[in-house]
Design a binder for this molecule. Sequence first.
Ligand SMILES: NC(=O)c1ccc[n+]([C@@H]2O[C@H](COP(=O)([O-])OP(=O)(O)OC[C@H]3O[C@@H](n4cnc5c(N)ncnc54)[C@H](O)[C@@H]3O)[C@@H](O)[C@H]2O)c1
Length: 382
Amino acid sequence: MTAGDAPGGGTDGGTGGRRPGGAASGPVRRLPWQALADVAAGLFRKRGLDPADARLVAEHLVRADARGLGSHGLLRLSFYLPKLDAGTMSPVTSLSAVGGVPGLPLLSANNGVGQVAAAQAMDRAMRAAHEHGVGALLVRHSNHFGVAQLFTLQAAETGLIGIVLTNASPAMAPTGGAERLLGTNPWSVAAPRAGGAPVVVDMANTVVARGKILSARQEGRAIPEGWATDAEGRPTTDPEAALAGMVLPMAGHKGYAVALAVELLTGLLGGAGWLDDVHYPGNPDRVGNVTHLFAAIDPDQVGGPGYADRVLDAATRIKAVRRAPGVEEVLLPGEAEARAERDARALGVPLAPEVVALVEGYADEARILCPWPRVWAQGGAR
Ligand SMILES: NC(=O)c1ccc[n+]([C@@H]2O[C@H](COP(=O)([O-])OP(=O)(O)OC[C@H]3O[C@@H](n4cnc5c(N)ncnc54)[C@H](O)[C@@H]3O)[C@@H](O)[C@H]2O)c1
């Protein structure tokens, strides 16, 4: 384990530079998407991102919150802004060729912003898919890119299949171990569905994404049993102890095995770093050293026209399955997130008050106006 990333190092599980304060804990607030994205984009522009890149990261963070993935939404300003301030993440993101083969180029993100690198990389994979039926590439020396599904959706929303894998900083122990060494290493596959939102599978290989424990700590909530152990390997419901400890792999040993499979296809294949060579995104003192794999497939070129109709057929049959007692509806992966996003676009993006306070704190510091009513610790708006 690398100094500065160790559980006792004081940075792991932290929010980089800041814990929110000033706002009372209270109900989730819905704030306008555009206003949030404008403020977040302003914060990134102030740190040297060009306007298009700043807008892209801001939109990704807001969209994560909109899709109910708040653990990877605006909360992550507290990771990315301190890294930009500290110079451990570059505000300029340019992909450069460093190796690979024509069918699988290897690019470097040159320690740029993960979301920008990922969006650019998926764009290249999509262009190759249109031309050859499939496109794939590896991007190393990148940073945490947030929610994997936003990049697979980038492909699926245009009729392609999107595939994304990424390694991540250590969060889980290999089965039988009591030291975290593997990342949550999330992966996503998204496929177009005729007449509806894409089917989107997106998961970390731990019981939950580590960010959900971070959200619980941020909001002062205990975590459910079975999510994590403390640093000694004892079960815990205390998010602080869990962040200093280990998240449990999903499905027992299988989560460990899948996380390792992702590492085999990212960090080890790209050659830049693996296991604890990848550094925690909340640590402003270290570069991330993250490697991602992107692929896009034009399904109609591969399996004949009508792929999205075939996905619709499968989806319809899955949703029509006989249900277990007490279950109202069988969901498809990505369905709840698509509904949450639809609601967020109509009603505003749901944010915990602590996250609103975090955004406002950064905005105040940068003298950026937050165009929504302010709520202060004693209640009341001004
Ligand atoms: N960048 C990183 O390093 C990193 C690390 C970890 C996680 N993440 C992100 O965190 C997010 C959350 O990850 P997670 O593992 O907690 O995901 P999750 O457990 O919330 O969801 C996993 C998958 O299950 C599907 N799902 C959930 N309930 C369902 C149901 N009842 N029926 C059908 N499908 C259902 C979801 O749509 C999703 O595809 C992901 O977007 C992931 O990419 C990122």
